[in-house]
Ligand binder design. Structure first.
Ligand code: 5GP
Length: 189
């Protein structure tokens, strides 16, 4: 998706050797027009599959998932990172290792919002080692639903996420795939 790649080149900042900061349009301030185009592109890429629900993880995934869901006309469910008092007792739980925070945490989805037999599309902002996506796939499996695809805005192709998802036989569509980020320069595949 050229529009997205142009924004990454123009505004993205490489932190260390493997973190890309895109706070100006995706992770802090959000460019809604760009998000709208991202949602449209996900719909184009997954237009051949039946999607009943979109699943993401709080917090950066929520805006993306909501705009994308308007094109599919389906509800969004987001996995919560904390078990609050108002969350139902009957929950699916998965353990996720955070790439950016370098620590493990649990994600929770109420059993009420994922049902057996549903086709679920996962949407997230970044793919690094695939831990967030694998956690969501695990939750979908616990519900007896099917993960029909994973849609990612920015994939860091030099990390292992793609292998983990494809190994599970799940379709992966990434709108921008980064080959390398050496010397502060982002090179796409
Ligand atoms: P994974 O679970 O695939 O290892 O990492 C993906 C998650 O970590 C995404 O949900 C995203 O929030 C965060 N993440 C991983 N790498 C980056 C990065 O380079 N930049 C930003 N902004 N977030 C990242």
């Amino acid at each position: 998706m050229d529009l997205l790649k142009e924004r990454i080149v123009k505004e993205g900042r490489v932190i260390g050797s493997s973190i890309l900061k895109v706070d100006g349009f995706l992770n802090h301030q959000i460019d809604i027009q760009l998000l709208n185009e991202i949602g449209r592109e996900f719909k184009n890429r997954f237009s051949d599959i039946k999607v009943d629900k979109i699943l993401t993880i709080e917090s950066s995934g929520i805006g993306l998932a909501c705009i994308t869901a308007q094109y599919f006309n389906v509800p969004v469910v987001f996995a919560k990172k904390a078990l609050s008092l108002n969350l139902d007792k009957d929950v699916y739980v998965a353990d996720v290792f955070s790439y950016t925070k370098n620590t493990g945490y649990n994600v929770f989805v109420s059993a009420k919002y994922l049902s057996k037999g549903e086709n679920v599309l996962i949407i997230d902002d970044f793919l690094a080692n695939g831990q967030a996506a694998l956690g969501l796939i695990n939750i979908i499996e616990q519900a007896g639903a099917t993960a029909v695809g994973v849609g990612i805005v920015i994939e860091k192709g030099f990390q292992q996420g793609r292998n983990h998802i494809v190994e599970k036989g799940i379709r992966l569509e990434s709108l921008a795939i980064i080959k390398s980020m050496e010397d502060n320069k982002v090179i796409f595949e």
